[in-house]
Design a protein around this ligand. Structure first.
Ligand code: 6PG
Length: 252
């Protein structure tokens, strides 16, 4: 299949400008989707990097600019904790902007990670996706916008190097055991991530520079560098980096 994907890098000086740029990219992407479509589906990333950008979305001018009732929020992954836990990706987004913005409760599709059985939580979220996107047996959801971070080990969502979860091709959502964290995670699988229409990576800090270089310019080895799983057959991938995270790039 012809590769229709487009790659764009945007490098900003420092975390403040990175957050501002991220909020702009998110708002612009959502607005352009809503020119063509009645609703926009956004899969949020967790972690710490996006928090500042999320906070801007809940404040002016973004708060008034976005058609919140037309946006549906999902998560790319979640820790195996209840929604009020300090580690919860849902809690981070809720505190940063979902509580401040007029988002209808029905538009927030949280991963039920409070379930003591992580695999059951994954299966439940898969049913949520199948229902919302009206998916047939072999169909994949196509998020209008997928936000991703990048771990220092080049993991994306909760797809970690060397983990069997990287090879899941059938399920939409799985609950891999992550040995180095001694915990289960719940995560969208590579085929779902790779089916997004737009991906926005938000990556900052020197500790990510090796992972950024390896994913974008290293040998092809998605098992080692899960960020390489995103080939986007037809879509746009934007890498939003600060200078520190981009410092080892030579070809881009
Ligand atoms: C999570 C994220 C994870 C994150 C990276 C980067 O649940 O933590 O989904 O994939 O994006 O680990 O995290 P930071 O932004 O905190 O560095």
């Amino acid at each position: 299949m012809e590769d229709l994907s487009r790659l764009r890098l945007r490098i900003e000086d420092g975390k403040e400008r990175l957050a501002q740029a991220a909020a702009e990219e998110i708002a612009n992407a959502v607005s352009s989707v809503l020119i063509e479509k009645e609703r926009c589906t956004v899969a949020l990333t967790g972690g710490s990097t996006p928090r500042a950008a999320y906070q801007l979305l809940g404040e002016e001018p973004f708060r008034s600019r976005l058609a919140w009732d037309k946006i549906h929020f999902f998560w790319g992954d979640e820790r195996h904790v209840p929604p009020d836990h300090a580690d919860s990706n849902y809690r981070m987004a809720h505190e940063a902007f979902l509580a401040a913005a007029p988002v209808p409760a029905a538009n927030i599709h949280r991963i039920p990670a409070e379930d003591p059985d992580a695999s059951r939580a994954a299966a439940s979220y898969e049913e949520t996706l199948r229902g919302f996107f009206h998916l047939g047996a072999d169909e994949l959801p196509r998020f209008d916008l997928l936000l991703l971070g990048l771990g220092p080990d080049a993991h994306i969502a909760s797809l970690f190097p060397g983990n069997t979860a990287l090879h899941e091709q059938k399920k939409l959502v799985i609950a891999p055991w992550v040995e180095k964290m001694s915990t289960f995670r719940i995560t969208l699988t590579a085929p779902v991530l790779d089916n997004a229409a737009r991906v926005l990576f938000l990556v900052s800090g020197e500790e990510k520079s090796e992972a950024v270089r390896n994913v974008l310019e290293g040998e092809r080895d998605p098992d080692l560098y899960p960020g390489q799983l995103l080939r986007l057959k037809d879509g746009e991938v934007v890498w939003l980096l600060d200078r520190a995270a981009a410092r080892l790039l030579e070809k881009h």
